[in-house]
Every structure is written in C-alpha cells, then in structure tokens.
Design a protein around this ligand. Structure first.
Ligand SMILES: *Cc1c(COP(=O)(O)O)cnc(C)c1O
Length: 454
C-alpha cells in the first residue's frame, strides 16, 4: 500500500471507532480548549511524520475534545447530524479534490450540484428557474441572497452599484423582524447596511413578524426596500405568515428574502408544508443542507428567484475564467471551493422523496415527544408551540434554569443549549438529526428528570 492508501485506511478505522462510541460517550466534550491546545500545540516539529501515523495521532489526541454532534442526543443550537451516504460522499469529495467553481473544469461535481439544487427547488415548491448557489452555510446564504437583493433594489431605482458603489447610493431600507436570526444582522453589516438603518418590526409571542405592524411601517414607502422574513425561528421554530406578509411587502416593490436555514425543509413534508404556505412568492431564500438534510459541514444554499439578479451581484469579469451557462461562481461570492453539492446529492438520493419527508416528520415527532416528556417534569414549563423541530423550556427561576443547563452538559447524557427569550433564561432542544430515536428522547427526558429532582 502507498502512503495515501494507508492514511485513508487509518482515517476509515478511526472514523468508524469514533462513530461506534457515539451511543455511550458523554455528548459534551470532556476536554477544554486549553487542554486541546496542549494536545496539539508546541512548535511545528522540525521533521515530518508518516501520514497514517499523523491520522492516528489526530484521532487519539482530539477524542476528549470532540462533541458528539453526529449522535442521537445532541440537541444544542440548530445543528444536524450526518447521514451515512452524505458522510461517505464527503470523503469522495476530498479524494477527488475537484475545484468546483466552474462547469468546464469539473463537470461531474457541478452537474451533481445543479441537480441537487433542482431537487431542492422541487422539495421546497420554489420556481424551477431560480438559481441555487452552494455556499458554506446559512450565514453566507443570507449574505449571498441579500447581496443580490441590494443590487437589484438599487438597480430598480436607477443605481448600478457595480459601477457607482455604495457611498452615494440611495438609501436601502432594510426591514427585519424583532426575532430574526443574528446572521441577518451580520449579513447587513457585510453589505454596508448599518444597525441604525434597520427598521425592526414587532413580532408575536412565537417570534412571527406582525403583519399589521409591517403594513403600518411601510405606509408611503417607495424607495429601495428589502424585507427579511423567516421560516423557522431558532427558539420556537415558528414560521412567519408569508401569505399575509409578502403581499404587503410587494405592494411597496420590496425584495422579499426568507431566512429558512432549517425551516425551508418543512415544505418537504406533506403534513408540515402548510407552515411554509405563500413562501414561494418571495425573491430569495436561504437554507442549509448541513442542518436538516444532515450532510457534513459545510453546505448552505442561496436561492434567488431571478438568476440575473445573482449574476449581477457575483459574476466575475476575469478573462482567465471561461463562461458556460450558469456556473457556481456566477451566483456565489467564492471562486475556488470544494464540491459541496455532492454530499447533498448523496443524502437526497439515499433518502428519496419519501425518506426526506420521513426525516422531517420524524424530527417534528421527536420534538412533540420531547416537549410532552419535559412538560411532565415538576416545575418544568414548555414555552413554545411545538409546530416544528424546536422545544424551549425552563424551570421557575432563571438561576434554576441556568443551573439545570450546566448540569445537563456535565451529566453527558444529552446536550441542550441555553438562550434568552423575552428577558428570561431558557433552555432549547433542537431536533435536527436523523440519528435521534425514541429511546434517545426517553433517555434524555429521564436524565433531565433525575437532574431536576437531584
Ligand atoms: C443556523 C441558522 C443560520 C445560520 O446558518 P449557518 O449554517 O450556521 O451559517 C441562519 N438563520 C437561521 C434561522 C439559523 O437557524
């Protein structure tokens, strides 16, 4: 065997060993960052080392600092697991080493990405002619869509931002919900839209933008306008009422963007699809494959109704680049990049339409079961309507809630993360992994009951 084969064999063996520990290992890392810096630090060694031995060394040293995200009881933030086909396909991506910005150079991986994008548009009920740019995640998907939005709304008002820049441009009014995800604020910052320029619309008790408030705020508005809506609020899982909100925004010629990092996937389930009703009327949508579709990091999608709007924002003029139709680098900020559409294609091919619907329905069913189990614990309150994948809960005081959060992580049976909601400390469970079983829900509820009663 040559070095490559031996190194890959070592990686296969070590990866399998790690996956086999998932059911039993503490979910939260046992080692701190400082301990990990100790394990990997020191000066760069003067001399090299056998590649397979490097892989073994990495696996041994990293182990105590790894968090069991691909297991069945990681419920923190909103983070998906790794579907087997997607994981294995991701290994091929690295072995193939295809720089997938251009269809001329890498037709196989660009084709898979294009088909994966088409499949997603069908699953989401979005226009088949939309462009789908594969980026690193939801943050970059929001940025990419909003960059297209910014140049398009300025162009409608006679301003070519590529030529004239932003400095003297008409002001773009940026309208967002009170419970938007923080990545919307960051995307705005990257785009030269400052916090003091935000127009923030009040939301209801589940975090949905209020239509009456939007209507009132936009009265008389006729300048460049972007309205950001949300499919899947991170605490409650709530969806904005697109059927009510989008027509209001469109009466003012707004560009409507939907942040659906995990929420867009509700459209792939017949029973949950009503949550997304009217969403297809927007101009752009951001979503993730590395969350709900359970592909490895990194994989998000920036979907833009009119591909000309993404091209206006992103197509490069460099004369060494060869154009042939819509290439990945025409609709995303990146040039060189990995073939991140391949694991998405693999996950969808492996599950099929019915398997994807089962995955989404299963996440929802797990959330309902978790909420019921938690609500039955003394002094525990579940705070949200569990319409989708999120469960938010708390004890009677903020101190007790925070102490429970820390105790859950130290116990290691499961991981949930803390948050603030309406000024109170809460804990949050997100159902995002295909690997979660009903027995994982039971084990988690029992562990939390034990910790509450301890
Ligand atoms: C996770 C999330 C994002 C950011 O996505 P990343 O993949 O972490 O970059 C944006 N919006 C919402 C609603 C999210 O849940």
């Amino acid at each position: 065997m040559d070095d490559r084969e031996r190194a890959l064999d070592a990686a296969h063996r070590r990866a399998t060993e790690f996956l086999q520990t998932l059911d039993d290992r503490p979910v939260w890392p046992r080692a701190s960052l400082d301990e990990m810096l100790g394990a990997f630090g020191g000066p760069l060694p003067a001399h090299g080392m056998d590649p397979a031995a490097v892989v073994d060394e990495i696996a041994q040293r990293a182990d105590p600092g790894l968090v069991a995200i691909p297991g069945g009881r990681f419920f923190g933030f909103v983070i998906g697991g790794t579907h087997p086909a997607a994981l294995a396909a991701d290994w091929l991506v690295s072995a193939w080493d295809q720089n997938s910005g251009s269809s001329t150079l890498t037709p196989a991986t660009v084709a898979m990405e294009r088909v994966a994008g088409k499949w997603m548009l069908e699953l989401f009920g979005l226009p088949a002619s939309a462009s789908v740019g594969f980026v690193t995640g939801g943050q970059l998907a929001n940025f990419t869509c909003l960059a297209a939005a910014r140049s398009a709304v300025l162009a409608r008002h006679g301003w070519d931002i590529a030529e004239l820049g932003l400095r003297s441009a008409p002001r773009v009014r940026f309208v967002i919900g009170a419970d938007r995800h923080g990545s919307i604020d960051r995307a705005a910052r990257f785009l030269g839209i400052g916090r003091s320029e935000f127009t923030i619309i009040a939301s209801d008790d589940q975090g949905r933008m209020r239509a009456d408030a939007l209507e009132r705020t936009l009265e008389g508005e006729d300048g460049p306008l972007i309205v950001c809506l949300q499919a899947g609020e991170v605490h409650t899982g709530a969806f904005d009422d697109f059927g009510a909100l989008i027509p209001i925004a469109q009466r003012h010629r707004a560009w409507v963007h939907v942040d659906g990092a995990f929420g867009l996937w509700a459209a792939a389930s017949a029973s949950l699809r009503p949550l997304t009703a009217g969403m297809h009327l927007a101009d752009s949508w951001a979503t993730d494959a590395h969350k709900t579709l359970n592909v490895p990091y990194d994989c998000g999608m920036a979907i833009v109704r009119n591909p000309a709007d993404s091209i206006a924002a992103f197509r490069t003029g460099g004369d060494y680049l060869i154009y042939s139709g819509l290439d990945p680098w025409d609709v995303t900020p990146e040039l060189s990049r990995r073939a991140r559409g391949v694991p998405a294609w693999a996950a969808m091919r492996s599950m099929g339409q019915d398997g994807i619907a089962r995955l989404i329905d299963g996440l929802h069913a797990n959330a309902v079961a978790m909420a019921a189990g938690l609500a039955a614990i003394d002094a525990m309150e579940v705070l949200n309507d569990v319409d989708y994948t999120q469960v938010m809960f708390r004890l009677e005081t903020d101190d007790a809630t925070r102490a429970l959060g820390a105790a859950i992580l130290a116990d290691g049976t499961a991981a949930v993360t803390g948050a603030e909601w309406r000024g109170r400390a809460t804990l949050r469970c997100s159902m995002s992994s295909w690997a979660t079983t009903t027995s994982d829900i039971d084990r988690t509820v029992s562990a939390i009951r034990r910790l509450v009663n301890a």
